[in-house]
Design a protein around this ligand. Structure first.
Ligand code: C5P
Length: 221
């Protein structure tokens, strides 16, 4: 079953959305399905890597031959990622919520007729990619995703620097593209040496190509 160019290499992949609680029964989430991240974890494992997948709540199965850790909130995802260091490769694919509710209620918030409507006060979540990209145990190869609806390329270039990443896989997630939550992806790879546009592919094909590119980077080292 194929060559194992990543044998002996450790990889951490994040995937899916995060759920940020409002109270015990409600949460803030997004449309990420986990398909792209899970496919990348599986593709790296097929090339022989020892893969830890940290997944938010998704409706798809754990990939085979991958150590999968299930989390809900961004802070739990960050803790699981840091606990999986050191690693050679980090691919942060999860659509981590940028904000969480500042103080989630520990009882269900009740609706009282005639009373005022509650407001949610938000606070910033930890940026997991940025934390890993600037960590003392920074993996040799740090890859991020950029889900944008406008200025995909320039935003990805800025993100490369800010997050301390080697590569940003940028995609247009405008509603019309059907990418977020869908089965296909059309990406641009943005690195310090330039931009490479890939054709529209199944998420599994994007994963295969990305895993092959990662293996190539390690072959050269
Ligand atoms: O800043 P932005 O959310 O567009 O960056 C996207 C990239 O950063 C993705 O790789 C995503 O997994 C990662 N990210 C993260 N933690 C956050 C926000 C984004 O790891 N809190």
């Amino acid at each position: 079953d194929g060559p194992k160019p990543l044998a002996g290499r450790r990889a951490i992949v994040t995937s899916g959305p995060t759920h940020e609680p409002i109270d015990p029964v409600r949460y803030i989430a997004n449309r990420s399905s986990g398909r792209q991240g899970h496919a990348i974890a599986a593709a790296l494992a097929r090339l022989g890597a020892d893969v830890t997948l940290v997944s938010g709540p998704v409706a798809i199965a754990d990939p085979v031959s991958v150590r999968t850790i299930h989390v809900e909130r961004a802070e739990e995802m960050r803790d699981a990622v840091l606990a999986a260091l050191p690693a050679d490769i980090a691919v942060m694919v999860a659509a981590v919520a940028d904000w969480r509710v500042a103080s989630a209620a520990d009882q269900k918030i009740k609706k009282h007729p005639g009373e005022s409507i509650p407001t949610l006060s938000l606070t910033e979540n930890p940026d997991i990619l940025k934390t890993v990209g600037h960590h003392t145990m920074r993996p040799k190869l740090v890859i991020g995703f950029a889900a944008e609806t406008q200025d995909v390329e320039s935003n990805a270039k800025a993100k490369l620097e800010r997050k301390g990443a080697d590569l940003i896989v940028a995609n247009d997630v405008s509603a019309a593209t059907g990418i977020m939550g869908g089965t296909r992806n059309s990406v641009k790879l943005v690195s310090r040496s330039g931009v490479e546009k890939w054709p529209d592919l199944a998420k599994e094909e994007v994963a295969e190509k990305l895993a092959a590119l990662i293996a190539e980077r390690f072959r050269q080292k």
